[in-house]
Design a protein around this ligand. Structure first.
Ligand SMILES: Nc1ncnc2c1ncn2[C@@H]1O[C@H](COP(=O)(O)OP(=O)(O)OP(=O)(O)O)[C@@H](O)[C@H]1O
Length: 682
């Protein structure tokens, strides 16, 4: 079997399972083996009861100290037992396993393994796995892979499929030259892939992971260099003139641009007027005011008789930008036409929009991926503004190039990374940084609290609404099930309606809703017809309702710090004092420490670096950063050292053999070409 074969070729993978794997972007056997575990379940040595921490997964060696009791509650049979070791007592519960009464005898020794709950001095475990002492001894040290899943696909079935794929796969030829492997202490590729799925111990896992992270970064950097090289020759065929309308808009804004915004705008203008095509990243913390810079560029483009497109990741954002840009154009009597183009529009509306684009009647086009679909023909596309998630869509750039288009590109990012890393990660782009927030902003006030604080939080929200403000409540994500997530949000909203004053309009927003419904809710929230929005992380990126002043996040411990920072960035976007309430039932020290970082600071940079200190280099078991800068296995923060090495190596190889023509680089070339022919994205 070879890597390109479809997963259908594996035994036991029929149409249905195949479709589930497709949801995880797994189409070929090669994709399957690069579906790396997101964690490992480690069967560690049993821990004394007195040292157990809330919410941790532990094994305990226990002597049963009371006979198993079985109670019936509705259609559930609940078996409970108590046990102890030299350091303390604890309780155990199992559901629908009444037969345990016959096996867990008083005085007998067992090892139980599961998640610990510690409440008011009582320690318990629900549904722990049960082992005999010798049985557990055999398991100790084993690391079971935990895979990213989707509804309907179990960890066991993924693990089985991966095992089968690894067993039947032909050995892949090593693509890194031996000298490179030696210099950076990298193990062999086939060994690394096998080990990362089924590691013998932590040491070999670290070794395997290092190799795969290196590969991922290395090819990423190589691909970037290619992009950069191909662009460097490109002349700017749309050299623009100064824009009177952009300048008059700046004068008429209800606020003054910050010094940082002015500086970045100067840089963008210079690019658009210059001889080379623009490729520029605009980096700035949440709420720093990146959007207005892109709007100025779009207006400059329009004034120069060309079209500009703003491509965003969600329909909600597209609708929001469309509304605000239309308002700016109208208020300032600017003679340009903005239109919206998204996947969920009716065929008729889409057709009409495409016609306007083709005939050059639309100057500013705002939308989602639909913007670069084949059917859309631009009359003079000179600028594309996009976000970092889409920037490496080589296919997307190709799609544009195939239409004979080579526009200026502006990429917006709120990911805080140090300059040395940014230069590597955004290797194909010039970088501008908006490094200050508008002066009128008051720092957000934060608190990290337990669930018992909820009633106080609700009355706080009520008070804010009375003052005319609005609030977001974010419900926890349910990784594998959008439907459960939707249910949670709906139930929470119902409960809140009950808790809050009847005059307050509460609504919910989740991923299962149709784009039209979502847009409607967001529009009503923006107009303050809805005061409290209960939502999943749909609102995470870019949503802008400056009147909102409270962000309450349930189960905050389940989110990455960068993601929490993004979510919190939805408030504090205007002149009102804003608040962020992080709610978590967890008493674990680690969780508290993490949330405390957010509590202390509103600075994305500081948060990312503190998070790193807490996790430590190479700590892949921590919660990863948000989905913004996500690689399959590498983490730009914790693996920064490997990223530097991979970048240095890529530079050296290309310096010596820029076309990768040499024999020792032939495997590299093949792999790189293959990656580039697919939609290579991070
Ligand atoms: N110089 C400024 N002074 C006051 N308010 C500003 C200034 N620049 C932008 N704003 C306002 O700040 C809010 C946030 O700006 P914007 O939406 O551009 O943030 P952003 O950088 O795109 O953030 P995010 O990454 O969170 O999307 C908007 O309501 C915008 O009108």
């Amino acid at each position: 079997m070879v890597e390109d074969e479809e997963i259908k070729a594996l035994k036991g993978i029929g149409e249905k399972t195949c479709a589930l794997f497709h949801k995880l972007d797994v189409f070929t056997v090669g994709d399957l083996i690069s579906l790396y575990p997101r964690d490992y379940d480690i069967y560690e040595e049993p821990c004394p009861v007195s040292e157990l921490e809330d919410e941790g997964i532990y094994a305990v060696r226990i002597r049963i100290s009371s006979p198993v009791q079985v109670k019936r509650v509705r259609n559930l049979q609940i078996a409970t037992a108590t046990g102890k070791d030299n350091s303390g007592n604890m309780e155990f519960t199992w559901f629908n396993m009444p037969f345990l009464k016959k096996t867990l005898h008083m005085g007998a020794h067992f090892v139980f393994r599961g998640k610990v709950v510690s409440r008011n001095g009582r320690i318990s475990m629900q549904q722990p796995e049960i082992f005999t002492e010798s049985g557990y001894r055999e398991m100790t040290g084993a690391m079971q892979p935990v895979y990213p899943l989707t509804e309907g696909l179990t960890n066991k079935s993924v693990s089985k499929a991966v095992k089968q794929a690894l067993d039947s796969l032909e050995t892949v030829r090593e693509c890194l030259p031996a000298a490179v492997r030696e210099k950076y202490g990298l193990c062999e590729y086939n060994y690394a892939v096998r080990t990362v799925h089924f590691p013998g111990d932590r040491k070999s896992l670290d070794e395997a992971r290092k190799r795969l992270v290196f590969d991922e970064f290395f090819f990423f950097v190589m691909a970037l260099r290619r992009l950069k090289d191909s662009k460097e020759q490109s002349a700017n065929s749309f050299r623009m003139k100064r824009s009177e309308h952009a300048e008059s808009l700046i004068r008429n804004l209800p606020y003054e641009l910050t010094a940082a915004q002015k500086k970045v705008w100067e840089e963008v203008k210079k690019d658009l007027e210059g001889p080379k095509i623009m490729g520029r990243l605009i980096q700035g913390d949440v709420g720093s005011g990146k959007t207005i810079v892109s709007v100025l560029a779009l207006i400059m483009t329009a004034e120069n008789g060309c079209q500009g497109a703003l491509m965003v990741p969600t329909e909600v954002l597209a609708a929001q930008h469309f509304a605000s840009i239309t308002e700016i154009l109208e208020k300032n009597s600017l003679p340009y036409r903005a239109i919206l183009l998204t996947g969920s529009m009716t065929a008729r509306d889409k057709r009409e929009a495409c016609k306007e684009i083709e005939e050059g009647r639309a100057d500013i086009i705002i939308g989602t991926h639909a913007l670069i679909q084949e059917k859309v023909k631009y009359s003079s596309l000179a600028l594309v503004v996009t976000d970092e998630q889409h920037r490496f869509g080589v296919k997307q750039r190709e799609a544009l190039a195939n239409k004979g288009l080579e526009p200026n590109v502006m990429v917006m990012s709120a990911t805080p990374i140090p300059r040395t890393l940014a230069i590597i990660i955004y290797g194909d782009l010039d970088i501008s940084v908006i490094d200050e927030l508008p002066a009128e902003r008051l720092p957000i006030k934060n608190c990290a609290v337990g669930t018992e604080y909820r009633p106080k939080a609700y009355s706080f929200i009520e008070n804010e609404v009375k003052k005319g403000r609005q609030a977001y409540v974010i419900c926890p994500m349910v990784e594998e099930s959008e439907s459960i997530e939707a249910e949670n949000v709906t139930e929470y909203a119902e409960m809140l309606k009950w808790q809050l004053d009847g005059s307050i309009e509460v609504a919910c927003l989740h991923g299962k809703m149709k784009p039209k419904e979502k847009n409607l809710i967001m529009e009503r929230f923006a107009r303050n017809e809805i005061q409290v929005l209960v939502s999943t992380t749909v609102v995470e990126v870019g949503v802008n309702v400056p009147n909102a002043s409270v962000m309450m996040i349930e189960n905050a411990e389940r989110f990455g710090l960068a993601q929490l920072h993004q979510l919190r960035g939805r408030v504090g976007r205007g002149k009102h004092q804003s608040y962020c309430i992080l709610v978590s039932p967890s008493k674990s020290r680690k969780t508290r420490e993490r949330l405390e970082i957010l509590n202390k600071s509103n600075d994305g940079f500081f948060i990312a670096s503190e998070d790193l200190k807490l996790r430590g280099p190479g700590d892949m078991f921590g919660i990863r950063q948000s989905g913004l800068m996500e690689f399959k296995i590498g983490d730009i923060y914790t693996d920064a050292g490997i990223l530097q090495d991979a970048s240095e190596m890529a530079g050296r190889i290309l310096e010596d053999d820029d076309g990768l023509e040499k024999e020792e680089n032939s495997m590299l070339k093949t792999k790189l070409d293959k990656l580039l022919s697919r939609d290579f994205s991070c």
